[in-house]
Design a protein around this ligand. Structure first.
Ligand code: ME8
Length: 518
């Protein structure tokens, strides 16, 4: 067995009642960035994503479209699978909740919870939001101006009254509050944690966990008139993918409890309240962290299928490039906060941060090596205090990035790297190697070596956010594939002299408006 520490990270599994939107892609990109970071930092990473295929919402969408749920899945799931390819998501598994492995797992966790005395039959009478697939207490709902009753997320709720199995959630209130108190990092960011603590402190009622009025879902073991509440089945995906119910399975033993469930802020309650309670009831451990990211707004307006302003992530990737989109969202939006995007904002980041700051630095310095040094990495002479200072700053990036990524502050990690990129540009401008060409060629060579080394370090460190562009950057300084891990950063692994570099090519294209392009 490898000595690498395990790291299990997941996205939410999306409802494929439509095609993926930028909110889905955003969550996947952010999770991929964290997964890649951890892999490069020496962890044994397992990264899971997938689709949540049961429930009333799926059924109703299919009915409205005049197709069966399976036909709806056949239409939409391939688009989610294509998103994995299109956005370069380094997943290890893609789970679909209609898979047989998942039926077995969901029925097994149900049986465990029942055996533990936490499931009983009664009658549910209360409010339900199909859009959220969530039950709400009356005092969480309100009437809007048109007299329509809405849940806390602003979606319509309907009255439901039927025989149902219940989960004894109320019995877990104290244990949940104790878990939150003992594990302050369990729910992140802080605002989400406060929200959950206040909800649970207000008292928990038992949760209805089955329905009898439709059949699109997993039958309750021993009573197939009842279909499991979609969230019981959905949450279980995280352990199905590790081999549950076989808790001796290698993956399960190695990767459970999960390190981070990355989800949107609208589904915190399911992950931070219901999920640990289900797991404890089944004799399993709760995950270590639930991180609730913010929502994306298109020019300040909430993006959703019902509002009709959904942006196709595939279009965005085709227009700007996958890496530019990945960079833009992860740099621009503080991870955990809501974020807005627009064409202008994307172009500004592409042209300033990527094409100018990083792209030009590489292009200018490596072209000078090509032109003046026959493309051969020079042997540096004695290092000046300026050389030492900029190299020390670059060597410090890893610690800062790690610290940021411990708390999933992806934007802080990128800010730390681009701070070095900005300083590297100042260094290059101040050293003016082009002026040294005639006056002090040895010094020019040293400056170009320092700059090429900075490109190597930055190239290694930006792989999690822009895998393809980073690879191109590293190819330009001929870094072997097995020397691209974070263990290659720092003074012990400097760029060796005498390496023959290829002719430099631009890595980060500048975005030019189509109408002004010649
Ligand atoms: O909630 N901006 O599925 P889903 C950012 N099946 N993130 C967004 C977003 C937006 N505009 N819209 C949605 C579900 N998301 C369940 C999850 S997990 C066991 C089951 C995020 O397709 C949302 O917060 O509605 C969630 O994390 C993910 O996309 C899937 O949303």
């Amino acid at each position: 067995m490898s000595a690498k520490p395990p790291f299990y990270i997941t996205t939410a599994i999306a409802y494929p009642n439509g095609v993926p939107h930028m909110g889905h892609a955003y969550e996947a990109i952010a999770t991929d960035c964290i997964a890649r970071f951890k892999r490069l930092d020496g962890y044994d990473v397992r990264f899971l994503t997938g689709t949540d295929e049961h429930g009333i919402k799926m059924l109703q969408t299919a009915q409205k479209a005049g197709v069966t749920p399976r036909e709806l899945l056949a239409r939409n799931v391939p688009r989610f699978e294509a998103m994995v390819e299109a956005f370069n998501l380094s997943i290890d598994d893609f789970i679909r909740t209609t898979q047989e492995r998942h039926r077995a797992s969901s029925q097994a966790i149900w049986a465990k919870m029942a055996a533990n005395g936490d499931i009983y039959k009664s009658t549910y009478a209360g409010w339900y939001s199909v859009r959220d697939e969530a039950y709400y207490a009356e005092d969480e709902t309100q009437l809007n101006e048109q007299g329509v009753r809405l849940g806390p997320q602003g979606t319509p709720v309907e009255w439901v009254e039927e025989e149902s199995y219940f989960f004894r959630l109320s019995a877990y209130q104290d244990r949940l509050l104790a878990y939150y108190a003992e594990n302050p990092g369990f729910i992140m960011p802080e605002a989400r944690r406060n929200e959950v603590v206040s909800f649970v402190s207000g008292g928990l009622t038992d949760l209805s966990i089955s329905r009898t009025t439709f059949d699109w879902g997993i039958p309750v073991p021993g009573d197939d008139k009842h279909i499991m509440y979609v969230w019981v089945d959905a949450l279980t995906n995280y352990i199905t993918a590790l081999g549950y119910p076989d808790t001796e399975a290698e993956l399960f033993k190695r990767f459970w409890p999960a390190n981070v469930h990355v989800i949107g802020k609208d589904i915190i309650r399911f992950h931070a309240v219901y999920w640990p309670a289900f797991l404890w009831s089944a004799g399993l451990e709760a995950p270590k962290r639930v991180f609730g990211h913010g929502f994306l707004f298109n020019r300040g307006e909430k993006m959703s299928k019902s509002v009709g302003n959904v942006i196709d992530p595939f279009d965005l990737a085709a227009t700007y490039g996958v890496d530019a989109i990945r960079y833009f969202f992860l740099r621009e939006v503080s991870f955990g906060q809501d974020g807005s995007y627009s064409h202008e904002a994307i172009v500004a980041r592409m042209n300033a941060d990527l094409a100018n700051d990083l792209g030009n630095l590489a292009q200018r310095s490596l072209s000078m090596i090509a032109k003046n040094l026959d493309g051969v990495v020079p042997q540096p002479g004695p290092l000046s205090p300026e050389d030492e200072a900029i190299l020390a700053l670059a060597d410090g990036m890893l610690e800062k990035s790690r610290e940021a990524m411990e708390g999933q502050a992806i934007h802080h990690y990128l800010a730390a790297v681009w701070n070095v990129v900005a300083e590297a540009n100042r260094y290059f401008a101040a050293q003016a190697p082009w002026a040294l060409r005639k006056t002090d060629p040895a010094r020019m060579a040293t400056v170009l070596w320092v700059t090429a080394e900075l490109i190597r370090e930055v190239g290694i460190l930006v792989q999690p956010v822009m895998p393809e562009s980073a690879a191109k950057l590293l190819d330009l300084v001929v870094v072997p594939q097995d020397e691209r891990g974070f263990d290659q950063l720092g003074a012990g692994h400097r760029l060796p002299a005498d390496r023959v570099l290829p002719a430099p090519v631009g890595v980060f294209p500048r975005y030019v408006e189509p109408e002004t392009a010649s």
